[in-house]
Design a protein around this ligand. Sequence first.
Ligand SMILES: Cc1ncc(COP(=O)(O)O)c(C=O)c1O
Length: 401
Amino acid sequence: MSKPACSPATLAARAGVETDTAHGAVMPPLYLSSNYTFDGFKNKREYDYSRSGNPTRDTAGQAIAKLEGGHGAVLVASGMAALDLLTYAVKPGELIFAPHDCYGGTHRLLRCKAERGSFRVRWVDQTDLQKLEQAFAEEAPKLILIETPSNPLLRLTDVRAVCTLAKRYGTLCAADNTFLSPVLQRPFELGADIVIHSTTKYLNGHSDVVGGALISRTPELHQDFAFWANCIGNTGSPFDAYQTLRGLRTLEVRIRQQEKTALQVARFLEQHGAVAKVYYPGLTSHPGHLLACRQQHGFGAMISFEVAGGEEQVRLLVEALEYFSLAESLGGVESLIAHPATMTHASMDEAARAKAGISNQLIRLSIGLEGAQDLLADLTEALDGVLASLPSEVEREVVAA
Ligand SMILES: Cc1ncc(COP(=O)(O)O)c(C=O)c1O
């Protein structure tokens, strides 16, 4: 009887195990050497120079490619480096469709490169399929970038529907899967050609690496991106790859536990008087809830919400919390709180943020691995303080009059 296909947990736990031929080390070693000897004149071994190829980076890359179900992965220096590498699929004059509400750094990269003439970019609301079809009919892009759930508003795009539409026009589809990881969403199964990760986030999961991955469905695409990564020299460091592979081994248990706590936190936020609105795809109130049930294998551990009041209430909240560090990034074992308008999305101008729906009252949480009861107690205390600071209805009426 043949064995069933490996689960993500098995793939991650076994990646590179027992591959060391020198000493029989169980875990794959870290190769820091920048260069490799030739085995005599004109006789290159598998590796010659670590920018072009490195055994540690390859082991981590193969593990990530397998987890996503792609042909190969190029590991690069950051998520932004992966997105930049993606743009090598497009020539000057060609068009990219990108979400109007994507991560601020992605928005800046595409905007600034378009301004320099590297390509043209059109910002589209990909959650509105009718508008998207119209945009394709007007001019089909060479590449469409999907980010779902989106950062920071957790909007969901129907990946299968977008990829089906894009295929009709011969458009390449790339999906940024940073927010869910291959444990909770597998874009290749939904029709994507390329998957992007900021491995800084869930894949490494311990907030001690900045890295990125670009995974391709076909050998041709993978070879193309590997060629460009070597040309421009943005490949990731072996040490980062080693750390990422180490983090990857526990990806499934981490994200499943984080998700469990996130659902409790989202439900708690939804009923608190200091919270005006909660964005979490696991809540039935989320407009993309049914799509999430269909397309995802879980709801993830990112939550956004609008805090009632003004800037003072935002300050009170972020400064009162003990177990949520006020910091950018996400997907680590520690819980984080961020204010997108002044932090992760500050590189978008006010008009672009308004168009994307990112208000000054928006707060983003990355739920970590602390005990759920501790996080809930922390949030209760901080939000009760926010509530107490809000003017009462009577006071508001007096001010309005
Ligand atoms: C969805 C998404 N994609 C890409 C990036 C960029 O990744 P990095 O910070 O590793 O360059 C981020 C960073 O927050 C992100 O949230």
